[in-house]
Design a protein around this ligand. Structure first.
Ligand code: PLP
Ligand code: LMR
Length: 412
């Protein structure tokens, strides 16, 4: 039956962990997968999550309250992404469903896109999180790429990006990373987002924001939503995938949300009477998303959404969460500063300023595949083949070792 099944190609990110785990050397460093670690290299359970878990422990989740919990969660996600005071929230102009974290949210949107725009394509930034290509491919939506990162400046290739947006057919779908772009750590600035939004408007493109790192770019969850807020102000309809893996450390809980702003108020509960044609449309979007979920995995778990809502609706827990996000981001930034300083002190001839210019979880080093191999072979330092370094794996105890290893493989 299955003789024709060949081994699948390795995933460029998770295979790094596998290689790392099978290396018997005690002094080894995993800078592959982007999962937050503290300065001792340990995974972190946020205190706000611990307290929220205590608060809800013993709460019986009845069949009748599940739907309310999930609807509430979607509303909380929308507020967080689109802004408490936004007209979208005030007028309830959105359709959303809980998703199996950021990946599941992207997958649901991709399915939805194919179902209702079967011949459409998704434009992805070049480069992007490798799984984006796989998600849209498995959903049978063709992907194209748009210019984003400039290897020469290690910054944004803004003019080429603008040209690609202008040259794409009108009404194209574009995936945008609103903050802490993965893998490059390069985000457009405020003026550039304004311009991108302006051109999207002229071209009638549909922006789909994949927000896996809200808070992790600047340390401020509100500021990291700037791109989305600009698009909303400019009157776009948009889609959004949200994940709480990174900013709440809920990796294994798989908590996310996919939502789409709609032109008219959404009637949240499907049994509520439908009063106007536009309300009908909003309800239709939600019910179609639910239909996709039903056939894929029936329904999403309720515990993760309950944790998130408990944090977002308790002023003390929310303030604690925002502080804890800041602590994580400050640690990432301080590791960037130390790595750069240490490399500069080694009198390396290369420029290392982009280590501190880039933001978020990753430093896109520009190391070549040969240099990456050498780091792995000679120093047992593991990272993805494209030279992406997860700053979350860098600590005060290993940063000197990392700097001297990078210096060794890059010196001429
Ligand atoms: N989107 C981007 C850009 C990511 O970097 C990630 C990685 O975590 C995801 C989506 C998926 O997130 P999750 O782990 O929540 O599925
Ligand atoms: C990464 O890019 O390392 C993270 O987004 C984790 C993942 O699932 O790939």
């Amino acid at each position: 039956w299955w003789d024709h099944v060949q081994p699948a190609p390795k995933d460029p990110i998770t295979s790094v962990t596998q290689a790392f785990l099978s290396d018997p050397t005690p002094l080894k460093l995993n800078l592959g997968v982007g999962a937050y670690r503290d300065d001792k290299g340990k995974p972190v359970t946020l205190e706000c999550v611990r307290r929220a878990a205590e608060k809800i422990s013993g709460c019986e989740i009845l069949e009748s309250t599940k739907a309310t919990t999930k609807s509430k969660f979607v509303q909380d996600c929308i507020k967080l992404a689109y802004g408490n005071d936004s007209s979208v929230v005030r007028e309830g102009r959105f359709a959303g469903v809980p998703a199996l974290s950021g990946t599941g949210a992207c997958r649901l949107f991709a399915e939805f896109q194919r179902r209702f725009y079967p011949n459409s394509q998704m434009f992805l930034p070049m480069p992007t999180w490798s799984n984006h290509h796989d998600i849209w491919r498995d959903s049978q939506v063709c992907t194209r790429t748009y210019h984003y990162y400039d290897p020469d400046t290690k910054g944004l290739q803004f003019q080429a990006l603008v040209n690609d947006i202008k040259n794409a057919p009108d009404r194209s779908f574009f995936l945008l990373h609103p903050c802490a772009h993965n893998p490059t750590g390069v985000d457009p600035n405020y003026e550039q987002w304004k311009e991108i939004s302006h051109i999207f408007k002229i071209k009638n493109h549909f922006p789909f924001f994949d927000m896996a790192y809200q808070g992790i770019a600047s340390g401020d969850v509100e500021r990291d939503a700037t791109a989305i807020r600009i698009f909303l102000e400019d009157g776009h309809l948009l889609g959004c995938a949200q994940s709480f893996s990174k900013n709440m450390g809920l990796y294994e809980h798989r908590v996310g949300c996919v939502s789409s702003e709609t032109s008219r108020p959404l009637v949240f509960f499907l049994e509520t009477s439908i009063v106007s044609r536009d309300d009908k449309q909003a309800t239709a979007i939600k019910s179609q998303l639910q239909r996709i979920v039903r056939a894929m995995y029936s329904s999403s778990p309720v515990h993760g959404p309950l944790l998130v809502s408990t944090i977002l609706n308790d002023a003390d827990l929310k303030a604690l969460w925002e502080e804890e996000v800041k602590v994580m981001v400050d640690r990432l930034i301080s590791m960037r500063i130390t790595l750069r300083q240490t490399l500069e002190e080694l009198n390396s001839s290369s420029s290392w300023e982009h280590i501190t210019k880039q933001v978020g979880m990753f430093y896109f080093s520009g190391l070549s595949p040969e240099e990456v191999n050498q780091l792995q072979r000679d120093f047992h330092i593991y990272m993805t083949n494209d030279g992406r370094i997860s700053m979350a794996g860098v600590t005060s105890s290993n940063v000197d070792y990392l700097a001297s290893a990078i210096h060794e493989v890059t010196k001429v």
